[in-house]
Design a protein. Sequence first.
Length: 73
Amino acid sequence: MDAQEIKSAVAHQDAMATGASFVNQRDPARRLGPDGRAATSRRAPLWADVPDEKWNDWRWQLSHRVNDLEEIE
């Protein structure tokens, strides 16, 4: 366990003790892009016509996932 993991565990315990919600600062979803804004999922040109509402919906993502190599060959 490294120092950052220990800090995260302590922060989680503190949040639980105070009733505050815990936010994992190391969560990749919280990273910022090179422009300083929240990073967004990149999509291949094949999916350029998919509206953002669908692209950001986990149900749509799950139903359009690649299941095996034959689907992309």
